[in-house]
Design a protein around this ligand. Structure first.
Ligand code: MRU
Length: 358
């Protein structure tokens, strides 16, 4: 699936599959402005770190279009609003920074040329994400053996990316290689991304999937029913500490307790090299009623407050490998993460004299 984030050039609008309604209903939300895109990211019409990065890039295109040549001075304020729509996934700011870099390279007052360059960059970000997922999927498939049962948390699938998925991309690639893989999808409270989205995607693809309550993880692992735990990521610090959906830390600690390998799958765009470790990763707090009133039905007494942190941070020493489009990074992550980023960085052409000397 790769049409859940679709830019329509004829009416200059971004069409988003409304992930809040899945699996019951397949409906589309149409975004035409900065407000629309910020709202869609915040209310989780579109969600998942790489997917909100792609939506943000198209959001920059919509902002430029809506502002027009006359109000181009206001563009920066719109880009910043998009970058801040949700705090934890670094892909959002990463994508906006790429659009800013395009703007810096363009001559001032060239509205039409900037618009064309913005569209091209957003398209590139979207296409690169699918490619990164397919490539990391192939690298990660080697971590899964024929007959394995893989436990995953939240949804790190096609829906959470531009297509194919990160954790689910690894599973898809292993299945494409002919391995028989079964999946346990943690339901992932309070918004049920595992039960609603991961189960929907895998079931559609014919990959055997069962759903389990989040709190069944320990029992399932203790009975030997899980061979590998595999999740996505929202932000990875320079030392490998990884923020992902709330509950991931519990899965990682249990995996360590039971001697089960725990892998993170993410494109390099999810790495935030500016943070030495996970302690500075901002953790989004979402409204309490997502916990107290799931689907509008109150499950605890009125007036009782609730905690609703949307993410937690798994320390690097719980992670067996970080699966990226540059291969499976292994501890110590400070070295392997840096090396992967350096290898991926576009090489500056050496000045003429140096080239002549070489
Ligand atoms: O709050 P969400 O649904 O956006 O959280 C998503 C996750 O935590 C995913 O696991 C993560 O973004 C990786 S998606 C490839």
């Amino acid at each position: 699936m790769d049409d859940h984030i679709r830019f329509d050039h004829t009416d200059f609008a971004l069409h988003l599959l409304d992930q809040r309604l899945l699996p019951g209903q397949e409906a589309t939300v149409v975004c035409r402005s900065t407000d629309d895109i910020v709202h869609a990211i915040q209310n989780m019409t579109v969600r998942g770190a790489p997917a909100i990065g792609v939506a943000a890039a198209w959001g920059c295109v919509l902002a430029l279009h809506a502002l027009g040549a006359q109000q181009a001075d206001e563009l920066e304020e719109h880009l910043e609003r998009i970058a801040c729509a949700r705090p934890t996934a670094v892909n959002l700011r990463w994508a906006v920074e790429r659009m800013r870099a395009v703007r810096r390279k363009m001559p001032p007052n060239g509205h039409a040329a900037l618009m064309e360059a913005f569209v091209q960059e957003a398209r590139a970000i979207q296409a690169e994400d699918v490619l990164a997922c397919k490539t990391l999927g192939r690298h990660g498939a080697a971590c899964l053996k024929d007959g394995d049962c893989v436990l995953t948390h939240c949804n790190a699938g096609a829906l959470a990316t531009a297509g194919y998925g990160t954790a689910l991309g690894v599973i898809r690639a292993a299945v494409e290689e002919g391995k028989r893989i079964r999946v346990i999808a943690d339901e992932t409270r309070p918004l049920f991304q595992g039960a609603r989205l991961t189960a929907w995607e895998l079931h559609k693809d014919g990959i055997p999937v069962s759903v389990a309550c989040d709190n069944a993880c320990a029992l399932l692992m203790s009975r030997g029913l899980v061979q590998v735990a595999l999740v996505g990521a929202d932000r990875i610090a320079a030392n490998g500490d990884t923020a992902n959906k709330i509950g991931t830390l519990g899965v990682a600690l249990l995996a360590r307790h039971f001697g089960i390998p725990f892998y993170v799958a993410a494109p390099l765009s999810t790495i935030d090299i500016s943070l030495p470790d996970g302690s500075a990763i901002p953790i989004e707090e979402r409204p309490a009623d997502e916990v107290t009133c799931p689907d509008g039905r109150r499950v605890c007494p009125a007036g009782v407050p609730a905690y609703n942190p949307a993410f937690d941070v798994t320390p690097a020493d719980c992670i067996s490998g970080i699966i990226t489009e540059r291969g499976v990074l292994r501890p110590p992550y400070t070295a392997s993460v840096r090396a992967a980023l350096e290898e991926a960085a576009p090489k500056e052409e050496a000045p003429k004299e140096e080239r002549a000397r070489a």
